[in-house]
Write a protein that binds this ligand. Structure first.
Ligand SMILES: Cc1ncc(COP(=O)(O)O)c(C=O)c1O
Length: 416
């Protein structure tokens, strides 16, 4: 390790300065760590000041419960929560008459909720996924298959988000498919799935669709109405919001085929000795006392995204171009294998280094104040299926600049 350190010190001093990216100053973390190079937003984004103050405000000014007490603190929680939920729905273009947002702990819980809720409906039916799903959109379906009469069909997706739509149609035609559950953007390489096409085809054969939009929601506008999905899951911590909050969109027309997931306080209208009457959406899926600070500050994250989305998109495009400009030639030399695509990419540059292990490179970069992700990114099946070595993932967000990219690439190049 000492050798590596020396190499960096002599060649690639990491003297990054405060960039001219006008979003960076909105993130307190850079006041104390101005040299931090954070490229792990596909895992968790950093938090802008407005989100942190909203979280703090809840604990300092109205740390109460929603929906139970009538006092003024509880009323404020109700109002702030309603406001936050409305902001989310507006941002995702969800019509309250036809759809609802349920708060969960994260996207994993949201997908598990759907797998549990639909278990009865899916008996004797198939669930279609790709071989490139995050474990969170893979394991819940495998478990359903293990438990009963649900069959999982896995569609191939070797490169980017390129599934064979003919193969999908064939599968839908030949089998009784109850649900198609696919990634909206890949956390392996950032590639974007044509979700509208997936929905159109699936609905043609009466299958419901769940979109795992984790990697999309912090980067591109999602229009639920236009997509036509039945369910959509995402994590707020990838959208500049707090940790511990997920979002699940449910099309209301499916409520009668969904069993409640966790029940108890706040989920029922009335209870008698041997029976109970559930509340409507969203309450029936939000049991017990919730993370109100997180749910409310999600509204502040939505404000940030809503205001800055086009800037984030432009910035992402420029940073991606810079990654390719800097490192593409190393692929030609056989020193790396680039997994990401130049186009239709929501901000991920992933490559497999051939001259050093990804883990080792990750440690070296961390010592240089550069945060990235190494490994298989919880997409074990894809890495196993295509026999890929562990990779290095740089994920771009509001706070990265092309100059940052050039600077980190300079360091990376020392080890290729
Ligand atoms: C595509 C995708 N799906 C699901 C998840 C799971 O999200 P969480 O861990 O927030 O539940 C992730 C997280 O990285 C992801 O990238």
């Amino acid at each position: 390790m000492i050798w590596f350190k020396k190499k960096i010190d002599s060649k690639g001093n990491n003297n990054s300065h405060f960039s001219n990216n006008n979003l960076k100053p909105q993130f307190t973390i850079f006041e104390k760590q101005p040299n931090l190079q954070y490229f792990d937003s596909a895992c968790v984004t950093l938090k802008p000041k407005q989100v942190v103050s909203k979280l703090q405000q809840y604990y300092e000014e109205y740390p109460a419960c929603s929906g139970r007490s009538a006092h003024k603190l509880a009323q404020r929680v109700n109002n702030e929560l309603d406001l936050s939920r409305e902001k989310i729905k507006k941002f995702l273009n969800i019509n309250s008459k036809t759809g609802e947002i349920v708060f969960t702990k994260n996207a994993t819980e949201a997908i598990n909720l759907i797998s549990y809720a639909l278990e009865e409906y899916l008996q004797e039916k198939c669930v279609v996924i790709t071989d490139k799903e995050h474990n969170s959109n893979y394991l819940p379906w495998l478990r359903l298959q293990e438990r009963g009469n649900v069959r999982v069909i896995v569609i191939k997706c070797e490169k980017y988000a390129q599934i064979e739509f003919n193969e999908l149609e064939e599968v839908l035609k030949e089998n009784n498919v109850g649900l198609v559950s696919m990634f909206h953007a890949s956390n392996v390489d950032g590639s974007i799935m044509d979700m509208k096409k997936v929905v159109k085809l699936s609905h043609k054969y009466n299958s419901l669709v769940l979109s795992d939009s984790c990697q999309m929601s912090g980067h591109k506008k999602i229009d639920v109405k236009e997509l036509g999905v039945d369910f959509l899951a995402t994590s707020v911590h990838k959208m500049y919001g707090p940790s511990g909050v997920g979002l699940l969109y449910i099309n209301k027309s499916h409520l009668d085929i969904m069993n409640p997931f966790i029940i108890g306080g706040d989920t029922v209208n009335d209870v008698h000795e041997t029976s109970y009457e559930l509340l409507d959406l969203p309450n029936r899926f939000e049991a017990g006392l919730q993370d109100y600070a997180g749910m409310i500050s999600t509204g502040a994250a939505i404000d940030f995204l809503d205001k800055n989305l086009s800037l984030i998109e432009q910035n992402t495009k420029k940073c991606l171009e810079m990654f390719f400009d800097e490192l593409e030639e190393y692929e030609k030399d056989g020193k790396i294998e680039i997994l990401s695509s130049k186009n239709d990419n929501c901000g991920v540059f992933t490559f497999i280094p051939k001259t050093i292990s990804s883990k080792e490179l990750g440690v070296i970069l961390s010592e240089q104040n550069i945060c990235i992700r190494t490994g298989n990114f919880c997409v074990h099946n894809w890495f196993n299926t295509y026999k890929k070595d562990f990779a290095i993932r740089f994920s771009i967000s509001a706070i990265n600049t092309p100059e940052d990219v050039r600077e980190v690439c300079k360091i990376v190049k020392n080890f290729l």
